[in-house]
Design a protein around this ligand. Structure first.
Ligand code: AMP
Length: 398
């Protein structure tokens, strides 16, 4: 048995899974919310055990982590007898800029590097560091690995990651496309190759991670050659509440018109735009579909803008790779929303993309949804970022 604790720490939350890497069993999972805020709550579920809810003040991540380990080792709700049974910890880290091209064992130099990247991930990187520090203080002798959202995209060629700014914006300030959701794109692209029994070196693939945050990735020969998110996860397709790609001149214009300072503008673009901003009702695609069905034109328009954007990226990446063998849908929307999948692909028949409308009705399954005569294979592959983090942690710690 080899147990890996996977940690995804946000500014006031901490998600975790305990995975037995030998059979990929999820022994326990849980979530701490409202860390450092009134009403802290831990929800924990061990395999074959009743759900445990702890509502107690948790002033910081260390205290939250203490409760997590308590839950994991609790005789009634826990799944291990002692925390020494945890062989390694894998941490999801948002931004590594150009510092890491793959996962690494955490030491002081690594935490310094993560700290250096706070400028590009001001919300996530400090929270990720708090998660690491909390685990280190409670399990000082357990090896820990940092798995970066940006790492998979580090294979992009310069022509794909350089913006049309002055070169010193890149050389002096590190401004370039980095890309995110790398763990998910890596997982589903490798999984697809395995499912169809092909060598990933022979596949030109577009992976569509469509969830609250959405990103597209061109994976050629198993490596990322382009992706839609940029310096931050704000760029690319229109998202739940994020605006995606816009004309940069809009930023100073709206700041003046709406009298917003840089932080307010950033909050606006991250939280009030996307399909929520267009529809004016919700960022959730289930709400939008229901409203559109009842005749809400702006909800229908939001869905249309989203699908059109995804379609354009698929076309662009087919051109970038000089061909297209497969399209893979994943994440909340990609795995569940058959209407969105169909609309994203509508009009791509000229590329040899042919969806099987019957197969496409399924939700959340790992399966092919293209018709037998489609030149391009279309698949749904549910993502599993926790398992990918656990696998990468195992590779470095075993
Ligand atoms: P994620 O960020 O991957 O957890 O995806 C969350 C999003 O997936 C939600 O905001 C919904 O818009 C969408 N979603 C989840 N389930 C469904 C469903 N059954 N049908 C349509 N959209 C869904």
């Amino acid at each position: 048995m080899y147990y890996i604790l996977v940690i995804n720490a946000g500014s006031s939350s901490l998600k975790y899974q305990l995975i037995n890497i030998e059979n990929t069993d999820v022994l326990a999972k849980g979530l701490v919310e409202r860390i450092g805020i009134e009403g802290s709550i831990l929800t924990h579920k061990g395999q074959g055990k009743e759900k445990l809810v702890i509502e107690e003040p948790m002033s910081d991540h260390k205290q939250a982590m203490g409760h997590v380990l308590h839950a994991l080792t609790d005789p009634k709700f826990g799944v291990i007898s002692d925390m020494s049974q945890i062989n390694a910890v894998g941490h999801r880290i948002l931004h590594a800029a150009e510092k890491f091209t793959q996962s690494v064992i955490i030491n002081d130099a690594v935490t310094d590097a993560i700290r250096d990247c706070i400028k590009f991930g001001p919300l996530h990187n400090p929270a990720n560091l708090m998660g690491i520090e909390a685990c280190q203080s409670i399990m000082p002798n357990t090896p820990m690995v940092a798995v970066f959202d940006t790492a998979f995209h580090q294979t992009m060629p310069k022509k794909a990651y350089l913006y049309g700014l002055s070169y010193d914006a890149y050389s002096e300030y590190g401004i370039r496309r980095y890309g995110f959701h790398g763990t998910s794109h890596k997982y589903v692209s490798a999984r697809y190759a395995k499912l169809v029994g092909k060598d990933k070196k022979d596949i030109k693939l577009v992976t569509c991670h469509l969830g609250n945050g959405s990103s597209m990735c061109a994976v050629d020969g198993g490596i990322c050659v382009d992706t839609s998110m940029g310096l931050t996860p704000l760029a690319g397709v229109v998202m739940g509440t994020r605006c995606g790609d816009i004309d940069p001149a809009i930023v100073p214009y709206l700041m003046k018109e709406m009298k917003l300072d840089p932080d307010q503008m950033s909050t606006y673009m991250n939280k009030k735009c996307g399909v929520l901003g267009i529809s004016g009702i919700s960022s959730d695609f289930r709400d939008l579909a229901a409203a559109a069905k009842e005749g809400n034109e702006r909800a229908a328009l939001a869905l249309e803008v989203f699908c059109y954007g995804v379609k354009k990226y698929i076309g662009a990446y087919a051109a970038a790779m000089g061909g297209l063998d497969a399209i893979v849908f994943t994440a909340g929307i990609g795995e569940n929303d058959s209407a969105v999948r169909a609309n994203c692909l509508k009009g791509l028949e000229f590329l040899g993309v042919k969806l099987d409308t019957q197969l496409n009705q399924m939700r959340g399954k790992e399966m092919r949804i293209s018709s037998a005569d489609s030149k391009v294979d279309i698949w749904c592959v549910p993502t599993n970022e926790e398992l990918e983090i656990a696998n990468q942690t195992y590779e470095l710690c075993k």
